[in-house]
Design a protein around this ligand. Structure first.
Ligand SMILES: Nc1nc2c(ncn2[C@@H]2O[C@H](COP(=O)(O)OP(=O)(O)O)[C@@H](O)[C@H]2O)c(=O)[nH]1
Ligand SMILES: [Mg+2]
Length: 438
C-alpha cells in the first residue's frame, strides 16, 4: 500500500434532489399500501364467492354444470394463489421501504443487544463482477422494484465515459441502504484491485495513508461530499455485504485469469467475515433447467459459490422493462438476503470492536469513550502508581452524583468540574493529559 500512483475515485451518486427523492419514496410507499388494500378486498371477494360456489355445487345435479363449477373453482384458486404471492411481495416491499437498521433490522433485534450501533447510518452493499455482467442494470432493477416507477431506473442513466475512471460509486437506494457499484474493476491492474478491496473491507485502517484514494475532484460546491476527502473510513463507510454479479454463461468465466481474480477476492472477503451472495444475470437467455444447471456450475466453478447463496435474475434493461412480479420478487429477495448478511457482518465487527475495547481497558491501554469513570481511575492508579485509594473512591462517587459516569461525559464537562475535584494539582494534571487522549 501507500506509494503507488493509482487513484481510486469514490463518490456518492445522488442524481435527484433529496426532497424529490423523499417525495418519490412517500408516493411509492402509498402506492404499495393502496395495492395491498386492493388485494385484501379482492381476496375477501374471492372468499365470499368460494362459499357461494360451494353451496351451488352442493345443490347442483346436472353433470355439465358441475364441470363448469369445478373449472370455476380451479380458476379462482389459481387467482387466489397469485394474489397471495403479490400480497407477500408487497409486504416485503413495505418492510424494505421502511428499513431501519436500529429500529427494524432484518435479523432479530436482540442480535445487537449490548452492541452500540447508533453510529451506523445504514448499510452498504458492494456489487462485484466483470464489465457487462449486469451490475448497473441490477441496481436499476432493485431501484425500480423498490420504488416503482417514481424514480425509474436512475442507475441506467449514468454517463458513459466514466467507466475506468470511477471505480467505486455509491447509489443511495434508500436513506439507509446504499449500493456500491464497482466499475471497471476487473480491467484495472492488480494493485488497484487490491486497494479497492482494502477500502471495501475496511482493511485499510485509520491513520494509514489513503487520503489520495478518496479523490475530492467531484467535490465542487454543495458544501462537500461526506464520502470524499475522508481520511479514515468508519465502519459505517465500509461495504458490509458483497454481491458477486456474473452473466449466465459468460465465456470469460471459463478463463483461468477471471477465476483467479474472483477467488482471490472471495478469499479476501472470507477473511474479513463476509459471506458473499452470487447473482447470475441473463436468466431470460436460459431456455430450460439444463441451461440453468450449466450456468450455475460455471459460475460456481469460477467463484466458488454455493447454491443456497446463488440467485438467478433477468434484469430490467432498456429493451425489456415490462413490469414483472417475478423479477421484482427476486430482486427484493436478493436485497433482503444481502441486508441480512450485512447485519451479520456489522454484528461481528461491532462485537470485535467491543472485545478489543474491553481488552484494552483491562490492559490499561488506550482509553475509550465508553470507559466508565471507575475503570478510568483504576487504570490511572496503576499507570501513575497512585496510592490513596480512598481519595479515588471519593472522587468517583462525587462524579457519579453529578451523573458523570463515563470518560466521555467527564471530558465534555471537564472545564466545569475540574475546580471541584478533590485531587492534588499533580494528579489533576495527569487526569487532564489522559482525558485529552480519549
Ligand atoms: N437480456 C439481458 N440483458 C441484460 C441483463 N442484465 C444486463 N443486461 C444488458 O447487459 C449490458 C451490460 O449491463 P450493465 O448493467 O451495464 O453491466 P455492468 O457493466 O456490469 O454494469 C446492458 O446492455 C444491459 O442492458 C439481463 O439480465 N438480461
Ligand atoms: Mg456498470
Amino acid at each position: 500500500m501507500g506509494n503507488g500512483d493509482s487513484k481510486i475515485n469514490y463518490e456518492t451518486v445522488d442524481r435527484t434532489d433529496p426532497d424529490a427523492a423523499r417525495q418519490g419514496r412517500e408516493q411509492a410507499e402509498e402506492e404499495n399500501q393502496e395495492r395491498m388494500r386492493r388485494l385484501q378486498i379482492e381476496m375477501q371477494r374471492d372468499r365470499e364467492q368460494a362459499i357461494l360456489e360451494a353451496q351451488e355445487r352442493a345443490r347442483c345435479e346436472d353433470e355439465e354444470q358441475r364441470n363448469r363449477l369445478e373449472r370455476q373453482r380451479l380458476e379462482r384458486e389459481e387467482r387466489e394463489r397469485q394474489r397471495k404471492e403479490e400480497e407477500s411481495f408487497c409486504q416485503l416491499k413495505d418492510a424494505l421501504m421502511n428499513y431501519n437498521l436500529q429500529e427494524s433490522p432484518r435479523i432479530k433485534k436482540e442480535s445487537f443487544r449490548d452492541l452500540d450501533i447508533g453510529d451506523m447510518d445504514g448499510v452498504r452493499i458492494a456489487l462485484i463482477g466483470p464489465t457487462g455482467s449486469g451490475k448497473t442494470s441490477f441496481i436499476g432493477t432493485i431501484q425500480r422494484s423498490l420504488s416503482g416507477d417514481s424514480h425509474r431506473q436512475t442507475a441506467f442513466e449514468q454517463g458513459e465515459g466514466k467507466e475506468g475512471t470511477i471505480i467505486l460509486e455509491d447509489y443511495n437506494l434508500h436513506p439507509q441502504i446504499s449500493l456500491l457499484d464497482t466499475r471497471g474493476f476487473f480491467d484495472s491492474d492488480e494493485k488497484l484491485m487490491d486497494e479497492c478491496l482494502n477500502i471495501m473491507s475496511g482493511r485499510i485502517r485509520p491513520g494509514e495513508e489513503i487520503e489520495r484514494g478518496y479523490d475530492g475532484s467531484k467535490d465542487k460546491g454543495k458544501g462537500g461530499n461526506p464520502q470524499t476527502g475522508r481520511k479514515a473510513p468508519h465502519l459505517s463507510k465500509y461495504a458490509h455485504a458483497v454481491i458477486f454479479v456474473v452473466k449466465a454463461n459468460d465465456p470469460r468465466l471459463k478463463d483461468g485469469k477471471y477465476k483467479n481474480a474472483l477467488q482471490k477476492m472471495r478469499e479476501h472477503f472470507r477473511e474479513d467475515g463476509y459471506a458473499p451472495v452470487t447473482v447470475i444475470t441473463y436468466l431470460d437467455k436460459l431456455r430450460n433447467e439444463e441451461d440453468k444447471n450449466n450456468a450455475f456450475d460455471m459460475a460456481s466453478w469460477a467463484i466458488g459459490s454455493s447454491s443456497e447463496r446463488t440467485f438467478f435474475i433477468s434484469n430490467y434493461t432498456h429493451t425489456s422493462s415490462d413490469t414483472s412480479l417475478t423479477v421484482e420478487r427476486t430482486a427484493l429477495d436478493i436485497l433482503d438476503f444481502a441486508l441480512l448478511s450485512a447485519e451479520r457482518f456489522i454484528r461481528i465487527k461491532k462485537q470485535r470492536e467491543k472485545n478489543q475495547r474491553e481488552r484494552e481497558i483491562a490492559a490499561g491501554g488506550a482509553s475509550s469513550e465508553a470507559e466508565t469513570v471507575e475503570q478510568f481511575f483504576a487504570r490511572l492508579r496503576k499507570k501513575y502508581n497512585w496510592t490513596d485509594q480512598g481519595k479515588m473512591k471519593e472522587v468517583v462517587s462525587e462524579l457519579r452524583k453529578n451523573e458523570i459516569n463515563t470518560v466521555k461525559v467527564l471530558k465534555e464537562l471537564w472545564e466545569e468540574v475540574k475546580g471541584e475535584i478533590p485531587l492534588s494539582i499533580g494528579m489533576k494534571k495527569c487526569l487532564e493529559v489522559e482525558i485529552q487522549k480519549v
